[in-house]
Design a protein around this ligand. Sequence first.
Ligand code: PMP
Length: 398
Amino acid sequence: MTGDPKRRGRRLPRVSGPRGVHSVIRPLVRQLHAYVPGEQPKIQGLIKLNTNENPYPPSPKVLAAIKDAVDGRLRLYPNPTSQSLREKLAKYHRCEPENIIIGNGSDDLLALAVRAFVEPQAGRVAANTRTVQAGGHRFRDSASTVQYFTPSYSLYPVLAAIHGAATNAVSLSPEFLFPSAALLRKSRAWDFEAALTFITTPNAPTGRGFPTSDLDELCRLHQGLVLLDEAYVDFAEEHALSLSLRHRHVLVARTFSKAYSLCFQRIGYAVGHPDVIAALDKVRDSYNVNGLAQVGALATLDDLPYYRGNFELIKATRARLSEGLAELGFDVVPSATNFILVRPPRFAAPAWLEKLRAQKILVRWFAQPEVNKYLRITIGTDRQANALLAAAKAILKR
Ligand code: PMP
């Protein structure tokens, strides 16, 4: 901010200080593999189906509310606890404002959970450090363990690594179904005492919905915190919010990004026991949620029928696209989200990624072995689905 404009574009000034700048960076940070967000290309005319954004804009009332709020008040700090939004959400979820915390996107809340509930490993660079004592169920590092299924949201291991925590990543079945609590017990790979367990439900990037009764059964067996990450739940047939109000150690995280078309604003929330929420509240930034995001989220809750209409459109497109791709020979994983995971025929998934890009359609491919034969495709509009189906047909014809 204080740079001399005349110097911009010129050679950098000479710097002083230790030679190898590495020496000032913590070893943990030097070795860290940062989260890689989906590409945000600037190319015109590209059909962008790679980051699970909603193809429909926010409601006109939301846009008007945000525009109305852009005036001299921008000089003021926003409400530090997002009080009005917590009150409105509490009414909506039939709980108290003390059951709710707002985040700068739900990613913020996931990071806060790691900070509040997981002990960093003393003096160690975190790695996949799970250790099972021979023949027993005990894990040495439970208090420092962040646990999750694979595949699930790839941010979890990054958050654990940033914190210097251990991770326990447990593979789902090849069909990506939710494993029964009995199976997890038998496998001995699952740590029921892990400090923090993240469960993406419905799951990403698989799209599979997980039954609330199964989640309930698993939560009951846990000693540590369980965070149910419901980022995509509005496109599913059931949700598990009641578990966060029934169990002291369960949190549910939600976002306005996907279903409510507010990725740009960065706003999400978590619901849970007041003591657990108070712990998260202690470790957040004092003004973690910007004012325009609070305004946008409040106006969103005043116009829910608009969004429910969009959920139905997206679900209908999801069904049509799934059917169309299955007819072309794609294996389509049943989805309870606004994306589908598909295993394409004939060519390998990365080749499909490039062939579709050549046709100006951007989808997502993940290198992790459990899903590297698949593509993840965000559900866009019906027109975008038609374009994708036409492109796939053309690719297969060649
Ligand atoms: N959870 C999951 C499973 C996600 O895919 C995402 C989006 N990448 C988030 C949470 C975070 O969403 P946001 O920070 O935009 O609320």
